[in-house]
Design a protein around this ligand. Structure first.
Ligand SMILES: C[S@@+](CC[C@H](N)C(=O)[O-])C[C@H]1O[C@@H](n2cnc3c(N)ncnc32)[C@H](O)[C@@H]1O
Length: 278
């Protein structure tokens, strides 16, 4: 099943991984008849083969409801496994090349609009939500609940706070330059574009207060999104929101991501907006 898996980066034994996968299958259980989960908690790295298999199996089972037969599960598992290994390999190459050492991190779980943070940060590295493309709360519901980041009863209120949700649109006055993107948007998604533009603008203004002058920023976002046959220029909107919120943009990198089928037809282009806080 995972004979094609690349296991170099983790120095894992393919047979061991295969045995771990089989040992996990009995603990897979169905939830709500749709989603199935592995009942395993993730400890800190380094992970054992069983833990690696658990992560991949969880991801495979979460995989947008396509898992119907055992064969589908095996295929989804293999692809999740290879994806994890590719990511770890890319990360280890970067670490070697750049001499990056991992520092301790503190993860704060909060709505960016409510987060009352103090500090003088050197950099901002972020990626705002993909406008109307990914349902972050529901797609990640199994992981969120299983990793105890929130319980099921909290998910609705977390979802209501998602950036770009039209119901969240506030009375924030948008700068004229951003308003023009709203006016040009297809009429059926104008409210969504308005919510998105106003949320990212407000979020970046808020974040700016915690950054040192000259702090470097990198913001990843899809180049365009297509609605009703018309393009919404997401990167241009986010770039403008950043400029209006007090950042200087120095470069926009475009990265072609062929075959990212989650994002519909054609090659997906991901942009990285680079700049600094003024
Ligand atoms: C494109 S993803 C980026 C995730 C992660 N930074 C990464 O690069 O893998 C956008 C993330 O923004 C989160 N998000 C949406 N609205 C938010 C809000 N109001 N406050 C904080 N995070 C929010 C979503 O849950 C989602 O995880």
């Amino acid at each position: 099943m995972i004979s094609r898996a690349k296991v170099g980066a983790l120095q894992l034994d393919v047979d061991e991984i295969r045995r771990a996968y089989s040992s996990l299958l009995p603990v897979v259980r169905a939830e709500r008849g749709q989603t199935a989960l592995v009942d395993v908690k993730l400890p800190p790295e380094p992970w054992s083969p069983v833990e690696v298999a658990a992560v991949c199996l969880s991801a495979a089972l979460e995989g947008r409801g396509r898992v119907r037969r055992p064969r589908d599960l095996e295929k989804a598992y293999e692809s999740e496994f290879n994806r994890l290994i590719r990511q770890l390999e890319a990360f280890s190459i970067l670490r070697r090349k750049l001499g990056v050492k991992l520092a301790p991190v503190e993860v704060i779980q909060a709505d960016i609009m409510e987060l009352d943070m103090e500090g003088e940060f050197d950099a901002l590295l972020t990626s705002p939500p993909y406008i109307m493309t990914v349902d972050y709360v529901n797609e990640h519901r199994p992981s969120i609940v299983k990793l105890k980041l929130a319980d099921s009863s909290q998910l609705e209120s977390i979802e209501a706070k998602t950036i770009g949700l039209p119901s969240r649109v506030s009375a924030v006055e948008l700068p004229e330059s951003l308003l023009s993107y709203v006016k040009e948007a297809p009429s059926d998604v104008r409210r969504v574009v308005a919510a998105y533009a106003s949320d990212v603008y407000r979020a970046f203004k808020r974040i700016r207060k915690t950054l040192k002058p000259g702090a470097k920023i990198a913001v990843a976002v899809g180049k365009n999104h297509r609605f009703s046959g018309k393009l919404v220029p997401t990167t241009a909107i986010v770039k403008k929101a950043l400029e209006e919120a007090g950042y200087r943009i120095t470069e926009v990198l475009e990265i072609k991501c062929p075959g990212l089928s989650a994002f519909k037809r054609g090659d997906w282009i991901e942009c990285i907006i680079l700049g600094e806080r003024i």
